[in-house]
Design a protein around this ligand. Structure first.
Ligand code: SF4
Length: 365
């Protein structure tokens, strides 16, 4: 169990863990389901709202447990797309962000699993921030619960683990939060509405398949060539593309799901004819589709090295690239840029400072 200031974080406990905790403090098991219902269906952030509990139990919970792991500091709305960015503060003075993306009938909440990220992908603002720590299960689910409180639970239809951090490097927390989101008592989201996105931690992809959650999986491809991928995604040195593709085939086969390849379009680097051929070969080898993503500049963060040289492929060239892939029978989507006016688009999430007293300053263009 996670504690902050020696208090138990009730958010983020699975139902079984919650029941075990209540039994351990002399309460009855059924209280677990009641509290679960208050937290995840009534979106309760105050023990006093739990009307079907005795005063003694509520006092005990107030003294020993905490119900809220994050504070919502501010929100920003994109004028162009309706995308909304949430800035949260943790109890130890860290900041994280989530993004709510409206798209047709869907409202997808993009959540974070780490403060910063250790993987240092060269096209990503979060990578430039460096890594601070893993989020707790409570901090992961509270991003959803606080956004749901603000927006209405019915108005969040999908969750993607595509915010700050690499979810498979915070593996147990990610799985526990999925278990809570999809629990029948949460009356929440089916597994088909949840997508975990990974930069490629091959052994964990296989383990995810073996754990049986059967959520959708997105893989940050960005190049179908090992040498180019190493340049822009250093994690490829540890887990090669080949190793990851083997793991993705295992995942697709075991879960009977289709893999989504994420592909940020970088001028002259991964938008050539030879890239079309390599992607077509790769996508043809397993059930998959590919999302082409316009590159959102991170030059406002004054990066050095290869990051400073990256340029976006023009929209016209992205469409041509997509047509060439479709000629080879590949399923292709072009992702619309969502919320780049508030630095909420793909790869733009970054909090400038993470120290107490400076925790509301956002990295902005
Ligand atoms: S793209 Fe994802 S894995 Fe890569 S640095 Fe950014 S947050 Fe981390």
């Amino acid at each position: 169990m996670n504690t902050t200031e020696k208090k138990i974080q009730l958010k983020g406990l699975t139902l079984t863990e919650l029941q075990d905790y209540l039994i351990s403090i002399g309460e009855q098991k059924f209280r677990g389901a009641q509290i679960f219902n208050w937290m995840y269906n009534h979106l309760s952030f105050d023990f006093r709202e739990m009307k079907n509990m005795s005063k003694e139990l509520l006092q005990k919970l107030t003294d020993t447990c905490e119900l809220q792991t994050l504070n919502l500091i501010t929100t920003q709305d994109s004028q162009s797309t309706g995308t909304k960015k949430y800035l949260f503060a943790t109890h130890d003075g860290m900041n994280i962000e989530s993004v709510l993306i409206p798209e047709n009938e869907r409202n997808t909440l993009c959540i974070s699993t780490q403060v910063g990220c250790p993987l240092d992908c060269k096209f990503c603002a979060t990578g430039l921030m460096g890594y601070k720590r893993n989020l707790t299960p409570g901090e992961v689910v509270d991003q959803y619960l606080l956004a749901a409180k603000e927006k209405g639970k019915a108005n969040i239809t999908n969750i993607v683990y595509m915010g700050m951090g690499e979810p498979l490097l915070n593996f147990e927390t990610t799985l526990k939060s999925v278990e809570i989101f999809t629990h029948e008592l949460t009356k929440g989201l089916s597994r088909t509405r949840i997508t975990i996105s990974t930069a490629g931690i091959a052994p964990k992809i296989k383990e995810l398949a073996d754990r049986g959650l059967r959520v959708k999986l997105a893989f940050s491809l960005h190049s179908a060539f090992e040498d180019v991928r190493i340049k822009i995604m250093p994690i490829n040195k540890k887990y090669s593309l080949k190793e990851n593709i083997d793991a993705l085939k295992y995942y697709a086969n075991k879960t009977k799901t289709r893999i989504t390849f994420e592909y940020t379009m970088l001028k002259g680097l991964n938008d050539r004819m030879e890239d079309v051929k390599a992607i077509s070969k790769l996508c043809g080898s397993l059930p998959s589709k590919i999302n082409l993503i316009p590159f959102n500049s991170i030059k406002h963060m004054s990066p050095g090295g290869i990051s400073s040289q990256l340029e976006p492929t023009s929209l016209k060239d992205i469409h041509q690239f997509a047509d060439r892939l479709r000629d080879n029978n590949i399923t292709v989507m072009i992702r619309e840029t969502q919320g780049d006016d508030i630095a909420a688009a793909c790869g733009q999430l970054a909090v400038k400072t993470n120290s107490p007293g400076h925790n509301t300053e956002l990295a902005q263009e």
